[in-house]
Design a binder for this molecule. Structure first.
Ligand code: ATP
Ligand code: MG
Length: 436
């Protein structure tokens, strides 16, 4: 078998070489048979193609195997390429050889099963057209993030996953037994990234991030991947502009490489193309409240964070992602500084996606005022001794610096138009699920 040149389905369909004999391996996606003929649809990573198996065209035992083989059986075929207007892709294979590599047992997943069942069967459901398409888009997005930063002179920098401190609030920490001690899984790389910008200046990373989220929402996972950047000598405005460029770059890479997958997911490619070419607006939190008040008749008290419902209503008025800056200082984490021009607010931002996808990026300029940070940490019950090393960063050649984190699954969910973030990661972990 070693000399066989296995073709991919996409190659066969692109080349359109009628009457060529090809070898193909893959899995049975659909199959039906009657009497002396079996119609199978074969899938591989690149697509699907119809393969017609007629008794007499191949050895009898292989014909019987083809009739017997259930969906998801793995197969090796030899066939002749034929144009066929009735076939979904316009071409089909007339099968001359049908070798079943593994006869699948009856596949547990049939049509219209509940999301929970599909999550229980995730190890099998992962081969569905839907998840395969999403995972390909995810792979493009991840590649795009690396390319984006590397092309702009950023260094990839890895922070520890086991961390002794919180950075995003103690309530979502995952505690880990650490020999005779305890430590936590990373909620963000940020504090360590801030240490590194005083040498590497511009850095990025994409890594697993853990938050023990208590609420069940369609946009929170307990384990997710965050793409973060941090840079010395940059202010809030600089990083919001980089975040906009990054999101547009991810989107344009997906549009370049994954049209087929976007079509399978029934995404509107023109609409996405338009977003990739548009300016994204920046507004303040205060302006967002005005829009909610004037256009949605919603009164949000100044000082309250924007909830999902408010973010969704706000996005009725924008067809691209937008950046919202200057949230109320009071409700922001200790590392977000006061805006000297508007002291009730912080130099921070969220990027919100259109539709009902909510926040996809969060970031800020970083607080340089040790006393202010100590006060805030104490108020939230933290032992400030644990942060001494972090305060040192302000004591030895500190400079203004800023950074942000982009939620990989949030961006993938938005680009793919899927209604739950769980489908944007291969094996989701949430408060209710950590298997399979
Ligand atoms: P949210 O208000 O939605 O909980 P956050 O303010 O806690 O978000 P940040 O701490 O700013 O989020 O994290 C940066 C980015 O990481 C977010 O913009 C989002 O895209 C992503 N993110 C945060 N928490 C989660 C989560 N639990 N699951 C998936 N992605 C997340
Ligand atoms: Mg959160």
């Amino acid at each position: 078998m070693s000399e066989v040149r296995w073709k991919k389905i996409e190659e066969i369909l692109d080349e359109k070489r009628t009457d060529e004999t090809v070898h193909l391996h893959g899995w049975i996606y659909r199959t039906r048979s009657s009497g002396n003929i079996a119609f199978t649809v074969i899938r591989d990573v690149t697509g699907t193609i119809q393969a017609t198996v007629k008794k007499g065209n191949l050895p009898d035992n292989e014909f019987e195997d083809a009739k017997k083989a259930l969906i998801e059986s793995s197969v090796e075929l030899k066939g002749i390429v034929k144009e066929d207007k009735r076939a979904p892709e316009g071409y089909e294979l007339q099968v001359k050889g049908f070798n079943v590599v593994n006869f699948a047992e009856p596949f547990p997943i049939v049509k219209d099963q509940s999301p929970e069942f599909l999550l229980d069967q995730r190890h099998l459901w992962i081969r569905s057209q839907k998840l395969t398409s999403i995972l390909k888009i995810r792979s493009t997005a991840v590649g795009a993030i690396h390319k984006f930063f590397r092309d702009r002179g950023y260094f990839e920098f890895d922070a520890p996953i086991l961390q002794p401190n919180q950075c995003e609030g103690g309530s979502t920490l995952f505690e880990v037994k650490y020999y005779d001690n305890k430590t936590y899984l990373s909620q963000t790389w940020q504090l360590y990234a801030e240490a590194a910008v005083f040498s590497l200046e511009k850095i990025y990373n994409m890594g697993p991030t853990f938050r023990a989220e208590r609420s069940k929402t369609s946009r929170h996972l307990s384990e997710f991947w965050m793409a973060e950047m941090e840079a010395a000598w940059m202010d809030l405005h600089n990083v919001t502009e980089i975040a906009k460029e990054e999101v547009k770059f991810i989107l344009s890479e997906v549009l370049k490489h994954n049209k087929r997958e976007l079509n399978l997911l029934k995404q509107d490619i023109n609409k996405l193309q338009h977003i990739a070419e548009s300016e994204f607006s920046t507004i303040t939190y205060t302006k967002a409240l005005e829009i909610l008040n004037e256009k949605e008749n919603m009164n949000v008290q100044w000082g309250k964070d924007l909830r999902t419902i408010e973010e969704n209503k706000l996005m009725n008025h924008f067809d691209t992602p937008i950046v919202v800056t200057n949230y109320p200082l009071e409700i922001m984490a200790f590392y977000k500084p006061k805006d000297p021009d508007d002291p009730k607010t912080a130099l921070c931002f969220d990027m919100i996606a259109p539709g009902e996808y909510g926040e996809i990026v969060g970031g800020s300029q970083r607080n340089l005022d040790v006393e202010d940070m100590e006060k805030k940490l104490k108020e939230s019950g933290e032992n400030i001794e644990n942060y001494e090393w972090y305060f040192d960063l302000r004591r030895y050649g500190s400079v203004p610096h800023s950074g942000y984190g982009l939620g990989v699954e949030r961006v993938v969910a938005w680009i793919c138009g899927i209604d739950n973030i769980k489908d944007a990661i291969p094996f989701p972990r949430t408060i209710l699920r950590f298997r399979p």
